[in-house]
Design a protein around this ligand. Structure first.
Ligand code: SF4
Length: 243
């Protein structure tokens, strides 16, 4: 549980004593929801072009790219996937590939043996169990090798426009804590996702992640957040940010 580094009272956010849980046990208040919506609007104005940074042309490519992106940057994945998708553009073709050939193509992405095995097994399962189409439900996606909730949320939200949950990566976790939207540990993606889903309108869940990821990369960086230049500074309690 992160320690709230200062007593704070800002528009729409209750005063929070250091170390006290704000929302873990209770539903967010109308004021807290209104504040989250204001942050959403502000971020939408700051990043009107925020979108999924993994290059893809269809749900299958996005699924594979997201599996490859675990513990690796989107840029690295985007460099590897053009050759991969050129050689194996469909689940059927990837299912017939040799895992060793897939390993060669995804080697730069880290944990490449495991990732190659998973994208191959996923392609096989899509062909054998789902008629060649990437499934569109959380439970079905979670049955695929190498697919956890975050990957399933990415695919559902970005390939199918289904807001089933909120993608919580390292940026979303860090910024949600700093902005005072959750008191969960920044690494506890499940708890953070639960808090964000309670706060934000469902139709904004997918875009919210893009906005926080863009803001985390551009301004609210892990080590040195540029608070003086931040468009959210007037409404940010800067939880756990050292001065
Ligand atoms: S004010 Fe600082 S901590 Fe808050 S969102 Fe902006 S950069 Fe991040």
């Amino acid at each position: 549980m992160p320690v709230v580094n200062h007593e704070t009272k800002i528009h729409g956010l209750k005063s929070v004593a250091p170390g006290k849980t704000r929302m873990a046990e209770s539903k967010p208040t109308a004021n807290e929801k209104a504040r989250a919506r204001r942050l959403l609007k502000k971020l939408e104005g700051m990043y009107p072009d925020a979108h999924c940074a993994l290059n893809h042309r269809n749900a299958f490519e996005l699924l594979v790219a997201t599996i490859l992106s675990a513990q690796c940057t989107d840029e690295t994945v985007n460099k590897a996937t053009p050759a991969l998708f050129k050689a194996y553009p469909t689940p059927e073709k990837m299912a017939r590939a040799k895992v060793a050939d897939l390993e060669t193509l995804v080697k730069t992405c880290g944990f490449y043996r495991n990732k190659a095995k998973n994208i191959h097994a996923t392609a096989v399962m899509i062909v054998e169990d789902f008629g060649g189409d990437v499934p569109r439900t959380m439970d079905e996606l979670l049955s695929l090798p190498g697919v956890a909730r975050k990957t399933a949320n990415v695919v559902l939200g970005n390939a199918f426009n289904i807001n089933e949950g909120v993608v919580v990566d390292t940026h979303v976790g860090r910024l949600s804590v700093r902005l005072g939207l959750t008191e969960a540990d920044p690494k506890n993606a499940v708890a953070i996702e639960r808090d964000l889903m309670a706060l934000l309108p469902r139709e904004a869940w997918t875009q919210w992640s893009h906005l926080l990821i863009w803001h985390g990369r551009a301004v609210c960086k892990a080590r040195k957040p540029a608070c003086d230049a931040c468009g959210l500074r007037r409404s940010c309690p800067r939880v756990d940010v050292e001065d």
